[in-house]
Write a protein that binds this ligand. Sequence first.
Ligand code: SF4
Ligand code: SF4
Length: 90
Amino acid sequence: MSRRPELLIPIVFEAGNTAKRNVASWRSNRPLIERGLCTNCLICWIYCPEPAIYLDDAGNVQIDYDHCKGCGICAEECPRKAIRMVVENV
Ligand code: SF4
Ligand code: SF4
């Protein structure tokens, strides 16, 4: 039997299981999309390390905050600067 370190959950033990994990509690800042600037180009989706960016039924980019850990990569990579990071209200 494998022995696992006792760390706070959520934690990822298996490859490809991040979609099952709620990482919202990891976040100290959250991304907000400025609709007037976003062109739905999906570059943020390419760079996001989590399954946290998706297109809604209307074709607009959305953030899934259950799977967003607040790393800010999307805001850094957006060519339109359409994502800004704001302090998480807890
Ligand atoms: S990279 Fe920026 S402009 Fe492109 S979809 Fe994401 S938020 Fe919108
Ligand atoms: S902050 Fe990080 S995890 Fe959250 S949507 Fe942006 S790139 Fe993905």
